[in-house]
Design a protein around this ligand. Structure first.
Ligand SMILES: [Zn+2]
Length: 143
């Protein structure tokens, strides 16, 4: 049974993002002109304005750099309250706003490693797979 979620923001390029998520891949747009990653989805590179963007596979690894717990029903009962939101700094650099899976606010520490996971959801536009984050592994020694 998919989780009911508030409606996604959809626009040019968003279908590509959600199709990668449906395949359990987190991909962001990398600019072929300047090499930077743009996120959220853009029509032109947010750094140089180029339209030469390609969907690049992300490792899905990151660290929690901020979080908050909402106790007010902002979505008319769509999400059970309270619910947690985390800000993840992806290993590749971009910041990604998401939800924790398998842990909640008492467990969250700033800097804790997380790993992307995908959960079946639906909104008024239909079913989709939402990228969320589970506890990750601490980086191994050496590099
Ligand atoms: Zn660029």
């Amino acid at each position: 049974m998919p989780e009911r979620r508030p409606d996604r923001a959809l626009g040019p390029g968003h279908n590509d993002f959600w199709q990668w998520c449906a395949a359990s891949e987190l991909r962001l747009q990398r600019c072929a002109t300047c090499g930077e990653l743009s996120w959220p989805v853009v029509a032109t590179c947010e750094f140089c304005g180029s339209t030469d963007l390609a969907w690049e596979h992300m490792s899905g690894r990151g660290r929690v750099i901020a979080w908050t717990t909402f106790e007010r029903d902002y979505y008319a009962g769509t999400l059970p309250i309270p619910w947690d939101t985390i800000l993840v700094e992806l290993a590749e650099g971009p910041l990604f706003l998401s939800n924790p899976k398998g842990f909640s606010w008492p467990d969250i520490t700033i800097g804790m490693p997380v790993q992307v996971a995908f959960v079946d959801c639906e909104d008024s536009a239909g079913p989709f797979r939402l990228p969320v984050f589970e506890r990750g592994q601490e980086a191994q020694g050496g590099d």
